[in-house]
Write a protein that binds this ligand. Structure first.
Ligand SMILES: Nc1ncnc2c1ncn2[C@@H]1O[C@H](COP(=O)(O)OP(=O)(O)O)[C@@H](O)[C@H]1O
Ligand SMILES: O=c1ccn([C@@H]2O[C@H](COP(=O)(O)O)[C@@H](O)[C@H]2O)c(=O)[nH]1
Length: 370
């Protein structure tokens, strides 16, 4: 662990807190949300997470739990095992002698190439590695650009170029006996291997590679999760952190008093409809009105209020707030007056004034007529 670690958990020498280590995460992912240009269309840098740990430690389980909780974000999952080199015929004939746990078993150059392309917003083709054939088969898997990219695999922290691409590094730390028992169960039941072959591979390659290559990369982790998918506290904290980083909208960096409404599938769905060239005028107006209503409701939430107590029908006192009085709306003529209906629907009896912003002649003098 680096000297700048923030410890939220124990090692033998550190404070025991909750089941999670954060090693200098804060301020690290400065690439996220950094304004490159001032427009909303500027491509947002995806948040790249690396998830490493021994075989059968629960990496996939942890990734799936994170993905489940990031429901309103676009997430791309990339497995390092998709990038195993194809075995040659000679290697196939001696497959029991092949070390699938050595860093050289992976085509790391291709993995880097794919990840860099995905990061820059391109659709990528990921090889489809077949564990029975020990080679990639067609068709490959298309992966679309995403807000969050998760790279999972036993050795994803081994190459510094991969580590450098990551905004967050997670190490799933599960006891060796549990990893072995899960591996025996998985390889015998799901992969149809016999138990002797599984144990031989484990003692010959899996365990030595864990000690020599995987465990030494634990020091690069920002977060170490003991007990993998059983550690709900750790996963909740990770998801919260990702949400915070993704929530830092580009424009908020430039305009600190800008409030960006939290996105949901509903909101993204409506944006999809109003951007679609095929959408009818009727639907465009309907969904624009719904979106505008959300903006108006959100805006009203920022107006001042004062505390107010009321007596409920059951006679108890409820301490609430009173909306501020003397509100009026100003509608800008020629902007389509698009927010008027929503404002009237939200604020009973509100008075709405009109303002015309009018350009006179070619000298760009702007006068306001109310
Ligand atoms: N917390 C857990 N409790 C019980 N079984 C688990 C747990 N986490 C993972 N497993 C099982 O262990 C096996 C390996 O888990 P997986 O998440 O695929 O690990 P990895 O991706 O590290 O190989 C799978 O069969 C999975 O269902
Ligand atoms: O053809 C293969 C390729 C890999 N393995 C083993 O898989 C694990 C890594 O996968 P996890 O999902 O992280 O468990 C690794 O230990 C390899 O030994 C294989 O047996 N055959």
């Amino acid at each position: 662990m680096g000297p700048d670690s923030i410890n939220l958990l124990q090692t033998s020498t550190r404070v025991h807190f909750s089941g999670l280590h954060l090693n200098g995460l804060e301020g690290r992912d400065s690439k996220i949300g950094q304004p490159t240009t001032s427009t909303e269309n500027a491509p947002r840098q995806p948040f790249i997470i690396g998830v490493a740990g021994g075989a059968s430690s629960g990496k996939t389980t942890v990734c799936n739990m994170i993905i489940d909780q990031l429901h309103d974000q676009r997430v791309a999952l990339v497995n390092q095992e998709s990038f195993y080199y194809d075995l040659t015929d000679d290697e196939m004939s001696l497959v029991h002698e092949y070390n699938f746990d050595h860093p050289d078993a992976f085509d790391t150059e291709n993995l880097l190439f794919c990840l860099e392309n995905l990061k820059s917003g391109k659709v990528i083709d990921i090889p489809n590695y077949d564990f029975r054939a020990h080679k990639s088969i067609l068709p490959s898997r298309k992966v679309n650009p995403a807000d969050v990219i998760i790279l999972e695999g036993i050795l994803v922290f081994h190459d510094h170029r991969l580590r450098d691409l990551m905004n967050m590094k997670i190490f799933v730390d599960t006891d060796a006996d549990l990893r072995l028992s899960r591996r025996i169960r998985r390889d015998t039941l799901e992969k149809g291997r016999d138990i002797k072959a599984v144990l031989d591979q484990y003692s010959k390659f899996v365990k030595p590679a864990f000690d020599d290559f995987i465990l030494p990369t634990k020091k690069y982790a920002d977060i170490i999760i003991p007990r993998g998918g059983d550690n709900h506290v750790a996963i909740d904290l990770i998801v919260q952190h990702i949400h915070t980083k993704l929530g830092q909208h580009q424009l908020c960096k430039i305009y600190p008093n800008l409030n960006v409404i939290h996105s949901t599938f509903q909101i993204r769905g409506m944006h999809t409809i109003i951007r679609d060239a095929q959408t009818s005028k009727h639907d465009f107006i309907f969904y624009s009105d719904r979106l505008i209503r959300l903006v108006v409701e959100q805006g009203l939430g920022h107006l001042p209020f004062k505390e107010k107590q009321v007596v409920t029908p059951t006679g108890s006192v409820y301490t609430g707030v009173d909306f501020c009085k003397r509100l009026c709306g100003i509608s800008v003529i020629r902007s389509g007056e698009s927010m008027e209906n929503a404002l009237r629907a939200c604020c009973k009896g509100i008075k709405i004034g009109k303002i015309l912003i009018h350009r006179e002649g070619d000298n760009a003098n702007i006068s306001k007529l109310a």
